[in-house]
Ligand binder design. Structure first.
Ligand code: HEM
Length: 99
């Protein structure tokens, strides 16, 4: 909320909207989990997102709750995900990186 705002519309030139975000609405769960866990710095027109998940030691259940909140809020109406799917990706990330 502090960055993407309560209405999910972000802040121009700083934080992108999560409302209608192709990444939030899309099926690339690995990308979404990586963004939440390790942050994001893909575009010069936005600030840098910090590693919210890593910094707060989020569990697969917490990451799942955040993802499903984003996929079903502000008019977003995307298919929700299960903690099992998220856990598989987080375990894989842990296995393949020493993060
Ligand atoms: C649990 C909390 C958060 C979630 C789930 C989240 C989720 C996301 C997602 C899905 C994107 C990609 C959206 C798109 O481009 O369509 C994104 C980008 C971004 N987020 Fe967050 N975010 C969170 C917290 C934050 C916080 C606290 C900040 C401020 C420090 C932040 C700053 C940014 C920025 C600057 C980008 C764009 C980075 C770039 O494209 O270069 N986010 N976030």
């Amino acid at each position: 909320m502090s960055c993407h705002q309560a209405n999910g519309e972000g802040l121009k030139g700083a934080f992108p909207p999560l409302k209608g975000s192709p990444i939030v609405l899309g099926d690339d769960l690995e990308l979404l989990v990586n963004i939440i866990m390790f942050g994001y710095d893909a575009r010069p027109e936005y600030a840098v997102m910090n590693a919210v998940g890593l910094d707060n030691n989020l569990t697969p259940e917490e990451v799942t709750a955040i993802i499903n909140h984003e996929k079903t809020s502000w008019g977003n109406n995307a298919k929700t995900v299960s903690p099992e799917e998220v856990k598989k990706i987080m375990d894989f990330i842990k296995l393949t990186s020493n993060k």
